[in-house]
Design a protein around this ligand. Structure first.
Ligand code: CP
Ligand code: NVA
Length: 302
């Protein structure tokens, strides 16, 4: 593994390698035997806001022995139109790795290609692989693993988080149900690409999708970059909320997950969020451990 650009690009074995190392990272936090990134310098290059991803990468990179710098894309020449391929070639001469949050997936891929240093996708419009790895770690902790389970994603089924979940369902053996109104269902071309073996069900019947599910999962209704569509999104997605009634339809002991940030009263109620806060904040914490696993695996092949 040279980069982490998507869940699409990972295979089952690589996913498990990351999850096992993530578990070890969590267990040995504060007393790691080796610092795999010692002497290195990594950069975070972000074009979108972030709390969890930024903090977990900055802390994780330091905990693994490297220096880290945060670069807002608008503050560097990239924001004034310097091409990605030039930025990447400059940074590749100086840095040991890059973590990028931006809009186009192709921009992260271009950076990885031209920089020739380990590059991590910290969220694009297409995928949020670091999130899904932390989610899988959380499901392992809470339910013993995702395989054989059913995960019900509720809300904007076309955005980055469900897209990465769809690729996870293509690699691992579990059922993914996506409950979304017709205008926010996943791209049919994506569903074709994952192939017939992946167990992905897309429906606008929220109650049916939630019935008996082991995991209820949601994300914001208005993703970053979609603010102009906020009114339309709220009008379409209103019924697709995780609340007490929906949780009652899920399997006994079902867990509720949210990648956060959460908008209470929109995709999840205050009551349900607080009732499941232990899971949601373990999920957020696992960003740190899962990403440290990725960093160790990538950092040893600079
Ligand atoms: N879930 C997530 O990626 O959060 P941030 O946008 O705060 O990084
Ligand atoms: N779908 C959301 C995820 C935030 C972590 C967004 O792209 O804004």
């Amino acid at each position: 593994m040279k980069n982490l650009l998507s869940i699409e690009a990972l295979n089952r074995q690589e996913i498990y390698e990351i999850l096992e190392l993530a578990e070890a990272m969590k267990a040995t936090r504060g007393h790691h035997d080796v610092l795999p990134l010692a002497g290195q310098c990594w950069a975070l290059i972000f074009s979108k806001s972030s709390t969890r991803t930024r903090v977990s990468f900055e802390v994780g990179i330091r905990e693994l022995g490297a220096d880290v710098m945060f670069l807002s894309a608008s503050d560097i020449q990239l924001g004034r139109g310097e091409p990605i391929k030039d930025t990447a070639r400059v940074m590749g001469r100086m840095l040991d790795g890059a973590v990028i949050r931006t809009y186009l997936q192709s921009d992260v891929e271009e950076f990885a290609h031209y920089s020739n240093i380990p590059t991590i996708n910290a969220l694009t419009d297409d995928e949020h692989p670091c999130q899904i790895l932390a989610d899988l770690q959380t499901i392992r902790e809470k339910l013993g693993g995702v395989e054989g389970r059913s995960v019900c994603f509720v809300g904007d089924g076309a955005c980055n988080v469900p897209r990465s979940w769809i690729w996870a369902a293509a690699k691992l053996d579990f059922e993914l149900r996506i409950a979304a109104p017709p205008s926010f269902q996943p791209d049919p071309e994506l569903l074709e690409r994952i192939g017939p073996k992946a167990r992905v069900v897309v429906t606008d019947d929220l109650q049916e999708a939630a019935r008996g599910a082991d995991v209820l999962y949601t994300d914001v209704w208005v993703s970053m970059g979609k603010e102009d569509e906020a009114a339309y999104r709220l009008s379409q997605l209103g019924p697709y909320q995780i609340n007490r009634e929906l949780v009652e339809l899920a399997a006994p002991g079902a867990i509720v997950m949210h990648c956060l940030p959460a908008y209470r009263g929109k995709e999840i109620t205050e009551e349900t969020l607080e009732a499941h806060a232990h899971t949601l904040f373990d999920q957020a914490e696992n960003r740190l451990h899962a990403q440290k696993a990725v960093l160790q695996l990538l950092g040893r092949n600079p």
